[in-house]
Design a protein around this ligand. Structure first.
Ligand SMILES: NC(=O)c1ccc[n+]([C@@H]2O[C@H](COP(=O)([O-])OP(=O)(O)OC[C@H]3O[C@@H](n4cnc5c(N)ncnc54)[C@H](O)[C@@H]3O)[C@@H](O)[C@H]2O)c1
Length: 392
């Protein structure tokens, strides 16, 4: 068999989430050759290069001009995504980006158009939908075990103003709870049930963050932009309906839920902001039972050099690796630009519906094939054969 050519990759954005990305990209995915890191703050890139043993620290311009670098992984905050993605696509690079694609539908459309025109791949997080939890649930739904899915419900709460004291990017566009966290729920529901046709919603902004609550002195008060609470309804193309409740103006004791209701059974899923969680099944006249995971990438830490960040952030990077395999295989990637744009349009559409008091009809759609079942990270330890599920 011809040897698979590894994909030379650069990470742009060396903040908090880059830790788990870099660790996973270096250890878990044989298709990726992580060659360079970059950050507008040179010292951040230098630190990550030193900590994780990455050969080169480069500027965006150097990455753009380097013909060997095929893939760029964008880990900058949402408000910086458009500029970074655009520059890299125009330079001829495939791009994987953290969520959200952009904070603005028009800019998102423009990026999709550039990628299409240049024949480049653009993949969009959250890649938690490729984790064991969502893929196992998809397997159950596709098998018909819960019959025809008629509805779903999803809810999550956080104290987002308080969180924005510590995670400063939450103060910018994309920092409101529906965008920062609700996106994981929308992505999970659409990965399970397919595209949405129409949404309706009510919204509420975040309160102004009072200066006296600041953990650091000398900063002005701020307000997280946009609706920090969305209570919305979705009509899926399949005919199913769903409700979502993303409340960033609540106590920080996070309570989350996802239920999928079918004509023959009910599924309950764990936190879609993780890769594993749980999948529980209730059939008529039976107790709720745990479904064993049918897929790998359950977010469990690797055995070599286990670290607390593995536990919290799981198998991030799987979406970029799956895209690299898709590029080599000449097939569509699963967390595609169409999927990322659609998830974003569901949320932007709810914002618009909340403002206009009218339903919003979605303009976008997507297709996502499930990952093949039966490939696992053996004993939660080494990459083992799980990567095989990303190859086709
Ligand atoms: N922190 C989390 O828990 C988490 C989890 C999942 C996803 N994400 C997503 O990952 C992304 C990054 O989050 P983070 O927590 O690492 O943020 P961060 O603020 O810790 O890091 C972002 C980095 O990007 C750099 N940067 C900003 N603009 C840039 C530009 N134009 N060019 C080059 N570098 C630039 C900053 O200097 C910073 O080092 C966001 O999209 C976020 O939604 C974060």
């Amino acid at each position: 068999m011809e040897e698979i050519r590894k994909m030379k990759t650069a990470v742009i954005g060396c903040g908090m989430i880059s830790n788990i990305y870099i660790r996973n990209l270096k250890r878990m995915f044989s298709i990726i050759d992580l060659a360079a890191v970059c950050d507008m703050r040179q010292e951040s890139a230098e630190k990550q290069a030193q900590v994780y043993g990455i050969e080169r620290v480069m500027t965006m311009e150097e990455i753009a001009a380097d013909p060997d670098i095929e893939l760029v992984i964008n880990l900058t905050p949402a408000f910086a995504h458009y500029d970074v993605i655009r520059q890299m696509l125009l330079a001829g690079k495939h791009v994987w980006t953290e969520k959200m694609l952009t904070t603005d539908l028009e800019k998102g459309r423009e990026l999709l158009k550039i990628a299409d025109e240049k024949g480049l791949y653009l993949g969009v997080a959250p890649d938690t939908v490729l984790g064991a939890g969502v893929q196992t649930a998809r397997n159950i739904i596709d098998s018909g075990l819960i019959g025809e899915v008629t509805s779903c419900v999803a809810s999550v709460n956080r104290n987002q103003p308080l969180n924005s004291e510590f995670f400063r990017f939450l103060r910018g566009n994309g920092g409101a709870l529906p965008y920062d966290v609700g996106i994981y729920y929308v992505a999970a529901l659409t990965a399970l049930l397919g595209p949405v046709e129409e949404v309706q919603a009510y919204g509420m902004p975040a309160p102004a963050h009072p200066a006296e609550m600041l953990s650091m002195n000398g900063l002005d008060a701020w307000r997280i932009p946009g609706n920090n609470l969305l209570a919305g309804c979705m009509k899926f193309k399949s005919g199913a309906v769903g409700t979502v409740h993303f409340n960033g103006n609540a106590a920080g004791e996070e309570k989350q839920l996802i239920y999928i209701y079918g004509t023959k059974g009910i599924l309950r899923l764990g936190d879609p902001d993780t890769f594993g969680g749980f999948v529980k099944l209730t059939l008529p006249n039976a107790q709720e039972i745990d479904i064993p995971m049918t897929h790998g990438y359950d977010g469990k830490p690797l055995a070599d050099q286990p670290d607390v960040i593995d536990l919290a952030y799981g198998h991030r990077g799987i979406g970029a690796a799956e895209m690299a395999w898709a590029i080599r295989g000449g097939r569509p990637n699963r967390c595609s630009k169409e999927f990322g744009f659609h998830a974003m349009e569901v949320l932007c559409g709810m914002d618009e519906a909340a403002a206009s008091h009218k339903p919003y009809a979605l303009t976008s759609t997507f297709e996502m094939a499930p990952l093949q079942a039966g490939y696992f990270c053996k004993n939660g330890s080494l990459p083992a054969d799980a990567e095989r599920s990303l190859m086709a």
